[in-house]
Design a protein around this ligand. Structure first.
Ligand code: 5GP
Ligand code: ZN
Length: 144
């Protein structure tokens, strides 16, 4: 048996409530949901972080997320969804197998935006913003 819990779910060694499956992607309900319908979308292949996920597999994960968002919202009559990845342990990732969270949201549910996940915010000058934008831009190449 694999020691990755999501690989074990993909391999049917651990049961889960599957909501969608194709050759590259599995989506199933979170065992400790933040809301009814909280769904996890994973590549079937084991990759720890988005940074490690090949572009073609990333596209397949995003295509599934895109299709599942309206399905999840309609199934539980949600007003919206929060969609995100905890990408790395410093960001709160506990299961080291890439997964998107699709969390149904309801008007007045008491939750916050993704911004609420952060602590204090930096106060960056225009120059610092320009530097960091250039630095990211130099490194970003999108495989299509
Ligand atoms: P993370 O913090 O890594 O982004 O989130 C991991 C998520 O996986 C958590 O929301 C947790 O409830 C869920 N989870 C952990 N173990 C299992 C499991 O065995 N089955 C299912 N369905 N979800 C799990
Ligand atoms: Zn895995």
């Amino acid at each position: 048996m694999t020691d990755c819990v999501f690989c074990a779910i993909v391999d049917d060694e651990i049961p889960s409530h599957t909501v969608y499956e194709d050759d590259a992607v599995l989506a199933f309900l979170d065992a400790n949901p933040l809301a009814p319908g909280h769904t996890l979308v994973v590549p079937k292949a084991h990759h720890e972080r988005l940074n490690d996920l090949p572009a073609d597999r990333a596209s397949r994960v995003f295509a599934a997320v895109h299709a599942l968002v309206p399905a999840v919202e309609e199934a539980v009559d949600a007003d919206a969804t929060t969609v995100g990845f905890n990408n790395g342990t410093a960001a709160g990732q506990e299961v080291p197998h890439v997964h998107a969270h699709v969390v149904p949201r309801f008007d007045g549910d008491g939750g916050g935006p993704i911004h609420a996940a952060m602590g204090t915010r930096p106060d960056l000058s225009d120059e610092e913003l320009a530097d960091v934008a250039a630095s990211i831009g130099e490194r970003a190449s999108v495989d299509r």
